[in-house]
Design a protein around this ligand. Structure first.
Ligand code: TXA
Ligand code: MG
Length: 315
C-alpha cells in the first residue's frame, strides 16, 4: 500500500517539516514562481534516484539545482562575466543557467546525468526561498508531475499526479508565472536551451548581444527537451479558430474558448493560466483540445513550445 502524502502549510512548521524530510532523503514538492518542483537533497544519490522513480522518468535526464543565492550557485558551478550579468539582472527569478560543473562540488552525479555542466537557479517564490533557507543546502527539483504529463501549477495538481509516491507537498497556492524557467546555456556562447519565464529578448538586452537558438537537430545537448511532453490525455490541436465535434476549446484573445488563456491577449496572464486550463479541459473528458493561435513573441515563445510538445505524436 502506498504511503500517504502529507500536505504541509506554507508556515514555519511546514518549512521545518519539509527540511527534515529532505535531510532524511525524502521527496517534498514545493511551489516556485514557475511550476511546482519535486525536490530532494541534491547531494544524496538515493534521494535523487527517488525523484526519477516517483516521476516514472524513463531515463536519467539532468535536473535543475535550486539554491538560495548566486553566492551559493558559485559553490557548485564555474562562474563567468556573462553569468554575473544575467544573475544580477534576473535572479531570483524564472531563469536557469547551465554552467560548467565545479570540480568537487559534492553533488550527486545523477543530478547532472554525468554531464560536465550543471543547471542551477535561484527561485523567487517566497515559499521556495523559505524552504531553501530552512534546509540550508542545494535542492534538485524537476517539475512535480509524472513524466510526460502537464506540469503542476497548484498543490492539487501535484496530489493528482503523485499522491502516495512522495512524502509531502507544501501548499503555496497557484504559481504566478505558470511556465517553467528559461534555460540559458553559458558553458560556451550563450544559447537558449528552453524558452521560459524570462523572454529571450530580455536576456539579449542584458547581455548586449545575441543568444543562439538551439538547433532542433542538436537535441542531445538538452535531453528531455524534444518530442511529446506536457501531454494531457486528450489530443491537442494547435492554431484552431473554432472547435470540432467532441473537442474542448482553449481560447486566447479574440478567439473565445470553454476556457480562455487571456481575453485581452496578455501573454503573461496566458502563461500563468496555461497548465491550469489544460488540466481543467483534460478533466472534462473531451476527445481533443483545440487551442487558439498564440503569437510567437515574449512569453508566447514558451507557451507555444509547451503547446507544440503537448500536441506532438506520442511515442
Ligand atoms: O521552472 C523550472 O525550471 C522548474 C522548477 C521546478 O524549477 N523545473 C523544471 O525542471 O522545469 P525539469 O526537470 O522539468 O526541466 C529541466 C530541464 C530538463 O529537460 C533537462 O534536460 C535540462 O533542464 N537540463 C538540466 N541540466 C542540464 C544540463 N546540464 N545541460 C542541459 N540541459 C539540462
Ligand atoms: Mg518538466
Amino acid at each position: 500500500m502506498p504511503n500517504a502524502t502529507e500536505v504541509l502549510q506554507a508556515d514555519a512548521r511546514g518549512f521545518d517539516r519539509a527540511a527534515a524530510i529532505w535531510r532524511d532523503g525524502g521527496l517534498v514538492a514545493f511551489p516556485t514562481e514557475t511550476v511546482y518542483g519535486l525536490g530532494a537533497d541534491a547531494r544524496d544519490d538515493a534521494a535523487v534516484a527517488r525523484i526519477f522513480e516517483a516521476k516514472g522518468r524513463p531515463r536519467f535526464n539532468p535536473l535543475i539545482v535550486h539554491v538560495e543565492s548566486a553566492a551559493r550557485a558559485r559553490d557548485f558551478a564555474e562562474w563567468s562575466d556573462a553569468a554575473e550579468i544575467v544573475a544580477s539582472a534576473f535572479w531570483p527569478g524564472p531563469l536557469t543557467l547551465v554552467l560548467p560543473l565545479r570540480e568537487g562540488a559534492g553533488l550527486s552525479p545523477l543530478v547532472t546525468a554525468g554531464l560536465p555542466t550543471l543547471a542551477v537557479r535561484v527561485p523567487a517564490h517566497p515559499v521556495a526561498r523559505a524552504l531553501l533557507t530552512a534546509f540550508g543546502g542545494p535542492v534538485a527539483a524537476p517539475s512535480a508531475n509524472p513524466s510526460g504529463r502537464i506540469s503542476p501549477t497548484e498543490a492539487a495538481h501535484v496530489m493528482a499526479g503523485l499522491a502516495g509516491r512522495i512524502a509531502a507537498v507544501v501548499d503555496g497556492g497557484a504559481c504566478p508565472v505558470g511556465v517553467e524557467s528559461t534555460i540559458l546555456g553559458l558553458a560556451g556562447v550563450p544559447v537558449l536551451l528552453r524558452p521560459g519565464g524570462v523572454p529571450v529578448e530580455a536576456l539579449e538586452a542584458a547581455l548586449g548581444g545575441p543568444v543562439a537558438r538551439r538547433d532542433e537537430a542538436d537535441a542531445l545537448s538538452a535531453p528531455g527537451q524534444m518530442g511529446s511532453h506536457y501531454a494531457p490525455g486528450a489530443r491537442v490541436r494547435l492554431g484552431a479558430v473554432e472547435r470540432r465535434p467532441g473537442e474542448a476549446m482553449l481560447g486566447f484573445g479574440a478567439v473565445a474558448g470553454d476556457l480562455t488563456l487571456s481575453e485581452t491577449g496578455d501573454l503573461v496572464e496566458a502563461a500563468a493560466n496555461l497548465f491550469h486550463h489544460l488540466h481543467a479541459l483534460d478533466a472534462t473528458g473531451a476527445v481533443g483540445i483545440a487551442v487558439a493561435p498564440i503569437p510567437e513573441r515574449g512569453l508566447g515563445r514558451a507557451i507555444n513550445d509547451r503547446l507544440r510538445r503537448a500536441a506532438a505524436p506520442r511515442a
